[in-house]
Design a protein around this ligand. Sequence first.
Ligand code: NAP
Length: 326
Amino acid sequence: MQALRVDRLTDDLSGVQLVNVPAPTRVSGEVLVRVRAASLNFPDLLMTRGEYQFKPEPPFTAGLELAGEVLEADPASGFAPGDRVMGGNKTGAFAEIASVPADKLALMPQGMDFPSAAAMGAAYSTAFTGLVELGALDEGQWVLVHGASGGVGLAACDLARAMGARVIATTGSPAKADRIAALVRPDAVIGTAGRFRETIAELTGGVLADIVFDPVGGDVFDESTRCVAFGGKLIVVGFTAGRIAEVSTNIPLIKGFSIVGLRAGEYARRFPERGAAINQAIRKLAEAGAIVPAIDRTLPLSRWREGFDAMAQRQLVGKVVFVPGM
Ligand SMILES: NC(=O)c1ccc[n+]([C@@H]2O[C@H](COP(=O)([O-])OP(=O)(O)OC[C@H]3O[C@@H](n4cnc5c(N)ncnc54)[C@H](OP(=O)(O)O)[C@@H]3O)[C@@H](O)[C@H]2O)c1
């Protein structure tokens, strides 16, 4: 079968190649899945460089998120051949067949296609865990979402809107603003070049943001400490800008806000019942049509390089989905 293998950790993808390898055989506790679609997440890119917190030893098959059909499963797993499932286990998704632990899979929402299911899981569980579970998002609150053109950022905008919040989306690439607006209909889309606190104050009528959801970090995080309302939350999601910001602790004290660290996957591992409840809530919203994952492009796995390059060069508005064997 075809698989996208990382043979060496490099910062230019030169250690990554599509290879033919034997299909995995199912081990106890795992489910064998024919991958119909697999989506690209920023951590996939970081893992090819050895820059993600989880550092698998090469060679490994890339891909943390997939949707597909069950080929083989232990009856005790709760899955049966033919079930349409979504999920993933940090690596192994960018292949024609993957063996995934049963507890890392869920049935796809009714009526959803494979690309949407592959694009939804990680982005929406990250958004839900941050905004709803840790952020206690309430209807009518102001939410400021950075990196809003990204998979996680668009999911956060979409989810916040579905929950009745007022959303200000930001982008460091102003040319993407119209596409973000069309996809998730936020109250405003603004650029993050320079200072943006006054714009947030104006848009919110002086309230500022009840929740800031920040996958970008760096200068955007620094300015965000000036944009949080008293009693609000600044959620640290990631560092796509490449700089991990530092903050003087007098700032959250004086301004009365909390800085909240988000690790959506780890949260679900430590609190499996909460993780299951989060997945269930997302599934209900998806089945009701209240949330819709945004896909920038669908590519055959053979064109993996195009997808990775587009992500690295910030060309995307939404997710890249790979279809193996296409
Ligand atoms: N904490 C968690 O549990 C968790 C879970 C999943 C993902 N994450 C993190 O969330 C972040 C976003 O992931 P994603 O899959 O949504 O990635 P993505 O689709 O590539 O989106 C990232 C967005 O960040 C913005 N950005 C700003 N500066 C950038 C730079 N220098 N290089 C690249 N992008 C830059 C880009 O938007 P503009 O061009 O519009 O500015 C881009 O669309 C990553 O850091 C990832 O590791 C965290």
